[in-house]
Design a protein around this ligand. Structure first.
Ligand SMILES: [Zn+2]
Length: 157
């Protein structure tokens, strides 16, 4: 939970990207994520009314693009000096599903802390736990016809 020097450096990295790159309504938040081998990747949100990605997701994509392995800490910083921003619900779920042990830096300027993403999503849906093993034959396209609640069954002769 304690902020390490590397965590403070991550906040500084995201803050620098926010100042440098978030200069229009299209890009208003910057994120920086650190891999377990110490590399830092950053991204900015891409606002669009259809649901453009948050900065955190773009940073994850940048990390993947550059071959990062496991990621250990992420932070998002708002433009115009808004400071560290907590991730939205969708990002919390993405982070938990892809990097269940990642820490997220949250809190006010004088009380920043790096906490496990799971602490931001108590009693959460865990996607990987819900993936039922499906026989190979079923994957090949012979799924049983789903029964839609309330739908009428075809009359049988
Ligand atoms: Zn988000």
């Amino acid at each position: 939970m304690i902020m390490r020097d590397t965590d403070r450096a991550l906040v500084q990295a995201a803050t620098a990207v926010a100042k440098l790159r978030c200069r229009s309504d299209n890009h208003t938040v910057a994120a920086a994520v650190r891999s377990t081998d110490g590399r830092v990747f950053s991204g900015v949100n891409v606002y669009h009314f259809t649901g453009g990605p948050c900065a955190e997701v773009v940073a994850l994509g940048a990390a993947a693009t550059q071959g990062a392995g496991e990621l250990e800490t992420i932070v998002a910083v708002g433009d115009r000096g808004r400071g560290v921003l907590p991730p939205c619900g969708r990002c919390r779920q993405v982070l938990l599903d892809y990097f269940p042990s990642i820490k997220v830096i949250v809190g006010p300027p004088d009380g920043l802390r790096a906490i496990p993403v799971a602490d931001l999503l108590p009693e959460t849906y865990v996607w990987s736990d819900q993936q039922v093993e499906v026989p190979v034959a079923a994957r090949a396209g012979v799924w049983p016809t789903p029964v839609v609640p309330g739908s009428r069954q075809a009359p049988e002769d």
